[in-house]
Design a protein around this ligand. Structure first.
Ligand code: AMP
Length: 406
């Protein structure tokens, strides 16, 4: 039996769902995001993206469809390359669903078509990495048609690639009835549904390297949030704009004016705006480098902020206490280095402990939450980095727009 994928908030998506298609016994092309990390021996080190696609795949199995799975993996630059082959994904998927998954060494062409034409109900094939064909990323018309020829229906369950204007995401939808899979629906329900209609108080925590990458998220959320917490590298652009001397911390000088404008605008709307009050500083981000703990008003020349300090952790954690909805996107420091990870991991624990609906926007924050060991306590962790950010910025995702309207 496939899992019941009831969603917490309904009606956000005005596009067909896989459940609206009559896929029983039919060929269904499911675009997944199997862009997993591999080690040097090509073993999968993290299979969460494969697991996230299982509800849709299991549903199609239950419906007795002929299932054609497709994905990208890394950047093979239009050439077949064993380092980017999906063969290991086929093996892992086979183990997870306890059903044979036939791996096809190409994604289009006579041989691929021939194998698919011979499929029986319930059979599953996985095509080779779509990006081994140059045409995929160019959304080339003939390639899109060749992909569409393989199936009767198209299902997009590749949220992490839905912001891409590629053949398997956009082009193919011109030729087939096209619907959203369960993972894609869930991502939209949380990142658009919950975020746009939050149970308040709603707190957004933003971090990561650059202010320029997150300014539009603040703009898009400013009529919905009650508090904005800014940490990570991006905080120092805001602090410098306020006249602080931030030493050699990461600063985007061309963003200073805008950062001030955004901060003042947010505060004028009655939203609380938090910045770090203390930080861990270092002269380099190498592991083992000397560190000091200082207030954000006294970062000396030659030193850069690499993590938030304990007073900031306390300030931010207290701000989360009354929250009913929390969105977190971007680490509080250079958490990849153990010595600079404490602030990020402490915030991960505060988010996980909050009595609130908690949403983590993919990419690095996903990794941070995982390393902090609190993934299980987060309501929803997005599988998409760039796609999640674009949704949070209020942008339309091309792959979503392309699906068939309800
Ligand atoms: P983003 O993709 O914008 O969310 O940025 C994530 C990256 O921001 C991570 O790789 C962190 O190492 C980096 N980062 C976080 N805080 C800082 C900081 N204070 N200085 C430099 N880089 C940072």
């Amino acid at each position: 039996m496939s899992e019941d994928r009831s969603l917490p908030i309904k009606g956000v998506l005005n596009k067909l769902s896989i459940k609206d298609l009559d896929i029983r016994g039919k060929r269904v092309f499911i675009r997944c995001d199997f862009n997993v990390s591999l080690d040097e021996n090509l073993n999968i080190t993290d299979d969460r993206r494969i697991r996230a696609a299982l509800p849709t795949i299991n549903y199609a199995i239950d419906e007795g469809s002929k299932i054609i799975l497709a994905s990208h993996l890394g950047r093979p630059k239009g050439r077949t390359d064993t380092r980017y082959s999906l063969a290991s994904v086929a093996r892992r998927l086979q183990r997870l669903i306890k059903k044979e998954v036939t791996f096809l060494p190409d994604c289009v062409g006579a041989k691929t078509e021939d194998t698919i034409n011979k499929m029986s109900e319930g059979d599953i094939v996985l095509l080779e990495n779509l990006r081994c064909c140059n045409e995929e990323e160019k959304n080339e018309e003939e390639f899109s048609k060749s992909l569409a020829k393989l199936a009767d229906f198209y299902v997009n369950d590749a949220f992490g690639a839905t912001h891409r204007n590629h053949s398997s995401i956009v082009g193919i939808t011109k030729y087939l009835p096209s619907a959203a899979g369960f993972l894609l629906q869930k991502e939209i329900e949380y990142l658009q549904g919950v975020v746009n209609h939050p149970v308040r108080p709603f707190v957004a925590i933003l971090g990561g390297a650059k202010a320029s990458g997150k300014i539009d998220v603040i703009r898009n959320l400013e009529d919905k949030v009650d508090k904005v917490i800014v940490g990570g590298g991006m905080a120092y652009t805001f602090l410098k704009a306020m006249g602080y001397d931030v030493g050699d911390s990461l600063v985007e000088n061309d963003m200073l004016e805008l950062a001030n404008e955004i901060r003042k605008g947010v505060i004028a709307k009655g939203i609380k705006f938090y910045l770090p009050v203390d930080c861990v500083i270092s002269q380099s981000i190498e592991p083992g480098a000397e560190t000091k703990l200082v207030t954000t008003q006294e970062i000396p020349k030659g030193w850069k902020a690499v993590d938030i300090g304990p007073a900031s952790v306390k300030l931010f954690s207290e701000a989360l206490e009354s929250a009913k909805t929390i969105l977190w996107n971007g680490p509080m420091g250079v958490f990849e280095v153990d010595a600079f990870s404490r602030g990020t991991f402490s915030i991960a624990h505060s988010v996980a402990d909050a009595y609130a609906l908690t949403i983590v926007g993919g990419g690095d924050t996903d990794l941070a939450v995982n390393r902090a060991g609190v993934s299980e306590s987060i309501s929803f962790i997005s599988t998409g980095g760039g796609a999640a950010l674009e949704l949070l910025e209020g942008k339309d995702l091309p792959g979503l727009v392309a699906l068939t309207d309800k």
